[in-house]
Design a protein around this ligand. Sequence first.
Ligand code: HMH
Length: 198
Amino acid sequence: MPVAELLQRHAVPWRGATAHPFLAAVRDGTLAEPAFDTWLVQDARFVADLLAFQARLLARAPRPAQAVLAGGAVALVDELAWFDRQAASRGLDLSAALLPATVAYAGLLDRLDGADVPTALTALWTIERTYLDAWSAARPGAPAYREFVAHWTVPEFAGYVAGLEAAADAVGGPLPDEVFLEVVAAETAFWDMAVAAS
Ligand code: HMH
């Protein structure tokens, strides 16, 4: 069963993570700046955790999945530098305290280290597909946020997400419905956290 089947099976929670009010407000420009800045700081920290998770997954992935995972890891290193630049230009402190949703998401990534490779790979695809779909729905974005919408909607990112999907489909295994739903819930909680900060 292809992993994309999960999006249909769980359409309602999937919409919750990808059609969130945070994104609608990014699109129409009504998002309060403190909410956006909270998201930015917490997401920079999440991406650092994601890189560590991805490196560990790469270490145990089968050969056909290694190239996409290694390429994605390099892209995450660049993304961390991009977050540093964004934070500096907005005067944000990336060492600010982690909020509960960020801590919980890091805990989920740690638990995924104990999952089998097909499950962990499907989880990683879910994480990235959420961002692709969520930011795509916010296109083109209000001027203040347009650069961020562009970042996660470029063809290279869509190609990466497609590569993860192909790798997850190639390793096979039963669809990990529960883990999919956990990731989708963690993504929704992450948007909720930002909106609540305004
Ligand atoms: C919370 N999910 C979250 N942040 C991200 N940057 C991505 C997914 C995509 O890398």
